[in-house]
Structure formats: structure tokens, C-alpha cells
Design a binder for this molecule. Structure first.
Ligand code: SAH
Length: 238
């Protein structure tokens, strides 16, 4: 994934606007699968107490040298930094990286996850960060990269959701799409006049994630469940 330019980085513009001008226009998320949705920009600035319990749990389990992947406005990195944990935050949005630096994230770096070369004890991918893998077919490549990134004894902490409920009607009948895995979505974001390019995003259910992890020489543990088909997983080498 190349670095984003401000003309097609609605989330980055929204983050900088919120931080420097206090404006909070909605960040719109469009997908052919859903009605348009909104992410309140303030959510990207959540404190530990405002975070969902599965994110709090992930932060409590983070240890050693931590990589916060797709760090956005840096909410998770800031909590870890305040706890004295050595954390590096990466994002492909130059505006988000600028915002993180303005907010005091000490190691905020403009970098694509798939090009990271250092090793870490904890890789953190929250707010469904593993979704940046895009498709189920790309998960083996993701795990090969993770194997290079994780120090001996290292862990990946990631959350995701099983979006099967989207395809389930009121009587409990499930009608999954016939082409491809049901968690493979295409998203497009919009913030005011700034329209991002459509991008693939993966929501992987725990059993599928666990199977792919096992095939790649890892082992996935379901650490906690969220209130809406979401979960926190810890993935370590077998
Ligand atoms: N983790 C933050 C932000 C989540 S939004 C939070 O929980 O609030 C997802 C972020 O991932 C965006 O900021 C996006 O720019 C970034 N991103 C997408 N693909 C990426 C990649 N390949 N490498 C690094 N960051 C990426």
C-alpha cells in the first residue's frame, strides 16, 4: 500500500482538522454492502477509559518493544507511552503521522506495515488493523511478514469482527455471498470534499483467522469477546 496523499486521505484530513481546528465533521464510510456509515472523528482520539474493553485488554497485554500498526491519531500509542512502554507508531497517512507527532507520540513513522524491517515483541493491530490485509488470500503473505517482524516469543494482538450477522435475517437465516469470503469488503471514505480511493478491507472471523494462523505456523488464542461479534486475538508462533 503506497503512502497516501492528502487529496485522497479523508481520515488523515479529518484527524488534522479535529486536532488543529477542533472541527468534527463526520468521516463517512461507504461500502456497496452496507448503508453509508459514519466514524465520529473524536472516536479516533479516544482515551483508555473511552476505549472498548477488548482494546483496553490488548493494551494491558502489550509488553516489550511494541509496534502500533495503522496508528491513526495515536490513541493506543499514547497510552502505552504514558505507561513507560517503548512503542513505535506507523501509518501510511502523512497527516496522521504529523498529528501523532503534534500529540507527543515520540516514535511516529510514515511507513507501510508490509515494508517494516525491525523486530518487535508485540505487534498491535487495533480497530481491525488486520483488515488492511484486504483479502483472505493475502493472509499467508501477512503471516510470512509477521514471522519476520516478531522477536522470539513475540505476539500479535489484533481485534476483528465476524460480520456474518450482516447476512443473517430476523429469522436467523444466513444468506452469504456466493463469490469469495463474506468478510472481504470494499470501502471508500469521504470527509467533506476529500474522497479517498476505494480499498479492500478484511473482516475475518476467529475460526478462519485461527485456521490460517495454524497453516502459517502460528497459534491463535481468543482472548476476549466484544459486545457485537468482535473479538481480541493473540497470535504467537507454534
Ligand atoms: N489504530 C487506529 C486507527 C485505525 S484506522 C485506531 O484504532 O484509532 C486504520 C489506519 O491504518 C489508518 O490510519 C490507515 O491510514 C492505516 N493503514 C492502512 N493501511 C496501512 C498499511 N499498509 N500500513 C500502515 N498503516 C496503514
Amino acid at each position: 500500500m503506497p503512502v497516501l496523499s492528502p487529496q485522497n486521505d479523508p481520515m488523515g484530513v479529518a484527524i488534522i482538522d479535529f486536532l488543529t481546528r477542533g472541527t468534527d465533521q463526520p468521516l463517512r464510510v461507504c461500502s456497496p454492502m452496507f448503508d453509508d456509515d459514519e466514524i465520529p472523528v473524536a472516536h479516533l482520539f479516544r482515551t483508555y477509559l473511552q476505549m472498548p474493553a477488548i482494546e483496553q485488554k490488548a493494551l494491558d497485554l502489550a509488553r516489550g518493544h511494541v509496534l502500533d500498526v495503522g496508528a491513526g491519531a495515536g490513541c493506543h500509542s499514547l497510552v502505552l507511552q504514558e505507561r513507560g512502554i517503548d512503542v513505535s507508531a506507523i501509518d501510511i497517512s502523512p497527516l496522521s503521522v504529523e498529528a501523532m507527532r503534534l500529540r507527543g507520540v515520540r516514535h511516529a513513522v510514515l511507513q507501510d506495515f508490509f515494508l517494516v524491517e525491525s523486530t518487535y515483541d508485540t505487534v498491535l493491530m487495533l480497530m481491525n488493523g488486520i483488515g488492511m490485509t484486504g483479502t483472505l488470500r493475502a493472509l499467508p503473505r501477512f503471516f510470512r511478514h509477521l514471522d519476520r517482524l516478531l522477536a522470539p516469543g513475540g505476539q500479535l494482538l489484533c481485534d476483528s469482527s465476524d460480520i456474518r450477522y450482516v447476512f443473517t435475517d430476523d429469522d436467523g437465516q444466513v444468506d452469504l455471498p456466493h463469490n469469495g469470503y463474506y468478510g472481504e469488503l470494499r470501502y471508500q471514505m469521504r470527509y467533506g470534499q476529500v474522497v479517498g480511493k476505494p480499498f479492500p478491507w478484511l473482516y475475518v472471523d476467529f475460526d478462519t483467522l485461527s485456521r490460517c494462523a495454524t497453516e502459517a505456523g502460528f497459534c491463535a488464542e481468543r482472548i476476549a469477546d466484544g459486545p457485537h461479534f468482535d473479538f481480541l486475538a493473540r497470535i504467537v508462533r507454534q
